[in-house]
Ligand binder design. Sequence first.
Ligand SMILES: Cc1cc2nc3c(=O)[nH]c(=O)nc-3n(C[C@H](O)[C@H](O)[C@H](O)COP(=O)(O)O)c2cc1C
Length: 179
Amino acid sequence: MKILAISGSLRAKSSSTSLVEATRLLAPPDVTVTVYDELGSLPHFNPDIDMEGAVLPLVVANLRRMIGEADALVISMPEYAHGVPGSLKNALDWLVSSSEFPGIVVGLINPSHDSFHANAALTEILKTMSARLPAEASVRIPLPKRGMDAEAIATDPALADALRAVMETLVAIEPRERW
Ligand SMILES: Cc1cc2nc3c(=O)[nH]c(=O)nc-3n(C[C@H](O)[C@H](O)[C@H](O)COP(=O)(O)O)c2cc1C
């Protein structure tokens, strides 16, 4: 089982990134979690480049390959002005017409106590892109302290249990090639 974990924040001390890194630390032995680290390197999406026969930028081709190899995705992101961070939306735009994305199972981890607009928007985007979003894997896991790193999250029993539960839900679902 392979999970690709994407943080929608480019901030060095991002809580979203710490959460996806903690997911990697907590993965059971039969699950490999890879944290995507090229979000900030993707070019702005341009449909002129995303055409039959066009040569995709390497970083875009790499994203599609990683999506194709993953059985599930985990996304955690901040809310920016009630919306999805532009860098994450840009990555998703590169995946809209890809053959690798439809049917993929997605877990959403909302790191905030109170934001909900961005998660609702992301859910709508992902459903439009034919992702599968099991309700039990769309969770709010607010961090009790500011600046918690991945190790601090992974060693907090309540946070670790919540992240493990997301992975257990994703692992239990049929991957898209058998869907
Ligand atoms: C430009 C900007 C816009 C933001 N807009 C919102 C917002 O609309 N709602 C909200 O709850 N938080 C908002 N925030 C706060 C971030 O969501 C919050 O700081 C989040 O924890 C940052 O995530 P990160 O630690 O993963 O970078 C905003 C922050 C920034 C920088």
